[in-house]
Design a protein around this ligand. Structure first.
Ligand code: FES
Ligand SMILES: [Fe+2]
Length: 436
């Protein structure tokens, strides 16, 4: 498929259904799009000790994130230089002082350089030198970067460097990390994974969709409202679950006024003015600790900015409060795994961690009272798009031709510009390294 044919699928205010349905196009995404973008690998707190590792699949390529004995965190291909055997196969673990291939026992240091080969003399004079890092070492992806303990990788060496790719979007990570008076987060509580039979873009668009909660999540919010109503005075402190679910039922006007911001390369912030998370009970002692750590102005800025979702396109969605991330791991055109992770905020009260895990269970787990509404619809969309008579997905809400001139922009919260912005970036990085 050529560049022009792919470009024809993304118009200014609508996109073709092939972007969601086509397996050949998904194969091209794996080859080009996900190789040209910076994708989230993991958090350094997942590998606290030397030899700790986490394995992930990034666009069909096996990667391992490992803590080196010099304290740094490395990302390498999980592939033995001999015949391709993955060196570790668990989701996470500790490999000891080195990797040892389970096949013919080549061993590698934690930076991927070859340590030893059994019967090494057998390679003398063969033209293959296992000690040569390019020939015998574990290879690294084209780019690896760590920002405030968030680890990212890019498969291809070309294209934008980490800082210019994310730009102002990194402030969303800073907002999350700076909620710790110590400037440190720790992944805790395991990962909630959901396999959804939908295209990954459907999920990512919905993270910026503010028109749906009122209708899609009506049953959850009205049930929560019924349970809570009349139980206590209207201004009484709400139990955590009630506090977190009720705002999903806010009116369209609330979501419209919360505001959104697009950033270059598909990134965005939804809820620039306020969000469904802004009304959580204040914690005066914690806020005082933040002021002591960051100064009055910065503490105020951190606490007042509580977006609904920030997206580091295309693999990471963050919430500053509660402290959670979602990671989008596409498997096929019609299969996507969503991971929801909780953070413990170092130096902050336990209540913040409780908010994080409670929110993930309520809103993102497979047994959630919220996510199944969305998942049901996403899986339906994957079927519905096969209907004939309309091959296009409308992203027209709030469109104006003038928006194409400005890669950063503030808009109302229900504007579908945040989604259009994703598809403009999709086309850019899908075709970045195509020759014609
Ligand atoms: S495949 Fe790893 S040592 Fe042979
Ligand atoms: Fe939803």
């Amino acid at each position: 498929m050529r560049r022009a044919a792919i470009a024809a699928l993304v118009e200014d205010e609508r996109v073709h259904r092939d972007l969601y349905l086509s397996e050949p196009l998904f194969a091209l995404e794996q080859k080009h799009f996900f190789a040209n973008t910076w994708n989230y690998v993991g958090h350094t707190s997942q590998v606290p000790n030397a030899g700790d590792y986490v394995t992930i699949d990034l666009a069909g390529r096996p990667l391992v994130m490992v803590r080196h004995d010099d304290g740094s965190v490395r990302v390498l291909y999980n592939r033995c230089a001999h015949k391709g055997t993955p060196l570790v196969t668990e989701k996470s673990g500790n490999t000891g002082r080195f990797f040892r291939c389970p096949y013919h026992a080549w061993t590698y240091r934690l930076d991927g350089t070859l340590r030893a080969v059994p019967l090494a003399a057998g390679y003398d004079g063969t033209g293959f030198d296992p000690v040569d890092a390019a020939q015998g070492g574990m290879q690294a992806p084209g780019g690896v970067a760590v920002h405030r303990d968030f680890v990212f990788a890019k498969i291809n060496p070309g294209g934008p460097d980490f800082a210019s790719y994310f730009g102002a979007a990194l402030a969303s990570i800073d907002n999350l990390v700076d909620r710790s008076p110590l400037g440190r987060l720790r992944i805790e509580g395991g990962c909630l994974r959901t396999l959804i039979r939908c295209n990954w873009k459907t999920y990512l668009e919905n993270i910026n969709d503010t028109v749906h909660p009122l209708s899609t999540h009506e049953s959850a919010t009205s049930a929560a409202g019924t349970v809570w109503q009349g139980r206590a005075a209207a201004d009484a402190p709400k139990p955590m679950a009630i506090e977190q679910i009720l705002p999903f039922g806010s009116g369209h006007d609330f979501f419209d006024r919360m505001g959104g911001r697009i950033l270059p390369n598909g990134h965005s912030v939804l809820g620039t003015a306020f969000s469904i998370h802004s009304g959580y009970a204040a914690l005066p002692e914690y806020e005082e600790a933040l002021r002591a750590a960051h100064g009055v102005e910065r503490a105020k800025e951190i606490l007042q900015h509580s977006p609904q979702n920030a997206i580091c396109y295309p693999s990471l969605a963050l919430k500053g409060s509660p402290q959670t991330i979602r990671v989008i791991r596409p498997l096929a055109a019609d299969r996507t795994v969503i991971e929801a992770w909780s953070f413990r905020v170092e130096g902050a009260p336990d209540l913040l961690f409780e908010r994080s895990v409670t929110y993930n269970r309520l809103a993102f787990s497979p047994m959630s009272v919220v996510a199944h509404d969305d998942v049901h619809l996403f899986q339906g969309i994957q079927k519905g798009l096969r209907a004939e008579g309309n091959e296009w997905i409308s992203l027209h809400r709030g469109f104006s031709a003038g928006e194409l001139a400005t890669p950063s922009r503030d808009v109302n919260g229900t504007n579908e510009m945040l989604m259009r912005n994703q598809f403009r970036a999709w086309l850019k990085f899908m075709t970045l390294d195509m020759v014609d």
